[in-house]
Design a protein around this ligand. Structure first.
Ligand SMILES: [Zn+2]
Length: 161
């Protein structure tokens, strides 16, 4: 079993398909960038999605059409995703990872293409579960070792790893 990160379930052409191990790595490097860049509520929710999505949680991959794009804000929101990917491509804080992720660069380049050409168009899928759960401020505590939001598990994904 693995996970996919695409545009929509119907669009098999534009997707990143990863093993469970690859999925962990991909979400780790996205989380490191997203937690440092997130400012608006939408951006924080995306960072938390990366932090909360864990293998075995049954909710690790997601398609872009599962994100709640704003009717007017979506270009800014997509720009944020591209910034997250580009920041991760710069090996943002990879020194705190307990492993060497050379394959992640390939995942990120591929994902950049998935995001870059995406235009949200109804009907969108229902919103990915980790986006909508009720969160409180405790989820936004940053791990002292890795700097990630601890998220809903109140335990950073790299510490728990
Ligand atoms: Zn940690």
């Amino acid at each position: 079993m693995g996970s996919s990160f695409g545009r929509s379930r119907a669009d098999a052409e534009h997707g990143l398909y990863l093993s469970n191990g690859g999925t962990e790595v991909f979400l780790d490097v996205l989380a490191l960038a997203a937690c440092d860049l997130a400012a608006s509520e939408w951006e924080v929710r995306f960072a938390l999605l990366c932090c909360n999505s864990r293998i075995g949680g049954g909710n690790d991959g997601f398609d872009l059409d599962e994100l709640p794009w704003g009717e007017a804000e979506w270009p800014v929101q997509r720009e944020f995703l591209l910034r997250v990917v580009d920041t991760a491509l710069g090996r943002h804080r990879w020194e705190v990872l307990g492993y060497d992720p050379p394959a992640a660069l390939g995942y990120l380049r591929r994902y950049r293409e998935v995001v870059r050409g995406y235009v949200p168009a109804p009907p969108l899928s229902s919103v990915v579960g980790w986006w909508e759960y009720e969160r409180d401020e405790a989820h936004l505590r940053r791990c002292g070792r890795h700097g990630l939001f601890v998220g809903v598990f109140e335990d950073c994904r790299l510490c728990a790893g």
